[in-house]
Design a binder for this molecule. Structure first.
Ligand SMILES: Nc1nc2c(ncn2[C@@H]2O[C@H](COP(=O)(O)OP(=O)(O)O)[C@@H](O)[C@H]2O)c(=O)[nH]1
Ligand SMILES: [Mg+2]
Length: 207
């Protein structure tokens, strides 16, 4: 299937019902450190009301979850975010957002089963909160792209500087995004789908 350059079916008719032409459902995972925007991203791209398990941070939790530098973060995801987006008439993505804190790693069991790819969201003010997550992803073998979410005081590093800081190989796509907008979130997912497509496509004939 060639979905390159296709538009999403996000017209006024987009609703809870899948188009009858939907033929392929793909599981995609959104991971990243605490407060990088996973819940926001799933919420902004999802056509269905996203299923989110947010819990108001307790004083006890506040000690564990490092909120320094994160605006107005008063809730923390204890389980998954779940949403759905139609990439085109045939291809539907099911999006799972999962916390990156070590104490939630039990949720990673089976997370990548059947997942075609993943997005690592990073906050350029706190790149280090995503290091462990990237390591785990690399171990899992699931292909991923990295999306740098835009926060007010985020330094805008050149992409290649980000690549070096995150110690990522040259082929891993790195994009910028604003997780609050659907357009931008969709572009991240499209970048992932293009990457997966390129990985699967046979190399062009030599001439
Ligand atoms: N300025 C800005 N704030 C964002 C963006 N994405 C998320 N936020 C805010 O950052 C905080 C953490 O986001 P959240 O989605 O809960 O992070 P999660 O822990 O990765 O699920 C929330 O207060 C969001 O409103 C973004 O792209 N830009
Ligand atoms: Mg969350």
């Amino acid at each position: 299937m060639d979905f390159r350059g296709s538009e999403t079916a996000l017209g006024p008719q987009s609703a809870d019902l899948l188009p009858a032409t939907a033929a392929m459902a793909v599981k995609v995972v959104i991971v990243g450190g605490f407060g990088v925007g996973k819940t926001t991203l799933v919420g902004s791209v999802s056509e269905i009301r996203p299923l989110t398990t947010e819990e108001t941070m307790t004083q006890a939790g506040a000690d564990v979850d490092d909120v320094a530098g994160i605006e107005r973060k008063t809730s923390t995801t204890v389980a998954m975010d779940f949403g759905r987006i139609s990439i085109n008439d045939e291809l539907v993505l099911y999006v799972f957002g999962t916390p990156g804190q070590e104490r939630f790693w039990f949720l990673w069991n089976g997370l990548f089963e059947g997942a075609l790819g993943a997005v690592v969201l990073v906050d350029t003010r706190r790149l280090e909160v995503s290091f462990d997550v990237i390591g785990r992803l690399e171990d899992s073998g699931v292909p991923f792209v990295v999306a740098a979410n835009t926060f007010p005081e985020s330094p805008t590093y050149p992409i290649e500087e980000l690549r070096a800081a995150l110690d990522l190989p040259a082929e891993v796509p790195i994009v910028r995004c604003d997780a609050r907008t659907r357009e931008s979130g969709r572009d991240v997912l499209m970048a992932l789908m293009r990457y997966l497509y390129d990985l699967a496509a046979p190399p062009p004939p030599a001439r």
